[in-house]
Design a protein around this ligand. Structure first.
Ligand SMILES: Cc1ncc(COP(=O)(O)O)c(C=O)c1O
Length: 391
């Protein structure tokens, strides 16, 4: 028998993915039912759909301070990262160096690894214990052999926000292009690309209440771009493949909602994050917040409960319907702390007990109170059986 509590879901994993907003779903529905034409068709039934794609492009461009012509729709953030970096390399054949940070998402880190196998040199900018970039090392690494610099706008695990304007200037001073993976930043903090030295920016629909399987790449006007997906003439010849019309329309609507609600991120969403974090710090011993307290997304808290395993915490929280993430990657049977926490030099006993709570506008203070009621007994229970805690 299931009880009401067991069925309840308290979703604090919004950096993994988000709920599709009801308004987004509503905007998409006609394109999954009546308006199924191909936007490239000559007939009006199909052709009329193209206008809706252009409307979505305007909505998305408005959210990031871009011109609509600077926006290319893609299938996801990962595709956008691939398209940007590979295109940048194509146009700099005499340069063989790529500079990234140590805390990039695998979408960039594993791409860099792949490119290394093809002969490129990769430099990884280190971070300090708060996850802040070592800008002195960045200045040394970015040189006249660098083709492209790629540093994320905000980190998915800690929420740290990185100095993309400064990095873009550094790249340009050395004749390199600058790409930022802004998958976690778009919709959470204001972005005005018109003012910034950024050549490429990646974003993803499912992180801002649009569906999975749609993303976009911003390419600054005047920056040369070679398509990653080659074929038909869609997206002005810059990304082939029949458009995912419903999802593109959904992403446009999600962007419009995000633009209207951006202030809410710093009030309602941040207030929930801060309440959870501060109450945990005040009431549970041996906890630490991972990340840069001064430059952090308003929706992310990465908290280490020392001397216990993050996975055990998640499993017990899951019994109450509370969804969060741990800072570990389960590889080859061993629970290794994430590359982000390792790069930060977080001690072993703290890295293993790291939990990421990430919030959205759909969370409520009542849910935070529920988590604060259930969490302390979970931590106590696990510490009672932890050999590290008892020692
Ligand atoms: C920072 C960052 N970059 C890229 C991605 C990949 O985005 P997508 O799932 O749309 O491919 C993610 C998803 O978690 C992310 O957090």
């Amino acid at each position: 028998m299931t009880t009401e509590t067991e069925n309840r879901v308290i979703y604090l994993d919004n950096n993994a993915t988000t709920a599709v907003a009801p308004e987004v779903f509503e905007a998409m529905t006609p394109f999954l039912t009546r308006l199924y034409g191909n936007p490239s068709s000559i007939h009006n039934f199909g052709g009329q759909v193209a206008a809706h794609i252009e409307n979505a492009r305007e909505q998305l461009a408005a959210l990031i301070g871009a011109a609509p012509t600077e926006v290319i729709f893609t299938s996801c953030g990962t595709e956008s990262d691939n398209a940007a970096i590979r295109s940048a390399l194509d146009f700099c054949p005499k340069r063989d160096k790529i500079v990234v940070s140590k805390v990039e998402h695998p979408a960039v880190l594993n791409l860099a690894k792949d490119l290394e196998r093809r002969g490129y040199r990769i430099s990884h900018i280190p971070v300090d214990t708060k996850g802040r970039l070592d800008m002195e090392r960045a200045k040394e690494m970015i040189d006249d052999q660098t083709a492209v610099v790629s540093v994320m706008w905000a980190n998915n695990e800690t929420g740290n926000i990185y100095p993309v304007a400064e990095l873009g200037e550094l790249a340009h001073k050395n004749g390199a292009l600058f790409h930022t993976d802004a998958v976690q930043a778009v919709g959470k903090i204001p972005i005005d690309l018109a003012q910034l030295p950024i050549d490429f920016l990646s974003l993803s629909g499912h992180k801002l209440h649009a569906p999975k399987g749609v993303g976009a790449l911003y390419v600054k006007r005047g920056v040369r771009f070679r398509p990653f997906v080659v074929g038909g003439h869609q997206e002005n010849g810059r990304r082939a493949g029949t458009e995912n019309v419903a999802s593109i329309v959904g992403l446009g609507k999600a962007a419009e909602l995000a633009k209207a609600g951006i202030a809410n991120e710093n009030t309602h969403v941040k207030a929930m994050r801060d309440k959870l974090e501060q109450t945990i710090l005040a009431t549970i011993p041996s906890v630490r917040v991972n990340g840069d307290p001064e430059h952090r997304l308003p929706n992310t808290a990465n908290i280490s409960f020392e001397y216990i395993e993050g996975e055990s915490i998640l499993m017990l929280l899951d019994m109450f319907g509370i969804c969060a993430s741990s800072g570990s990657a389960c590889t080859t049977g061993s629970l290794e702390p994430s590359h982000v926490l390792r790069a930060m030099g977080i001690p072993y006993t703290a890295a293993h007990g790291a939990i990421r709570f990430s919030f959205s506008r759909y969370n409520t203070m009542e849910e935070i109170d529920f988590v604060l009621e259930k969490l302390p007994p979970v931590i106590n229970r696990l510490r009672e059986i932890s050999p590290y805690w008892n020692k």
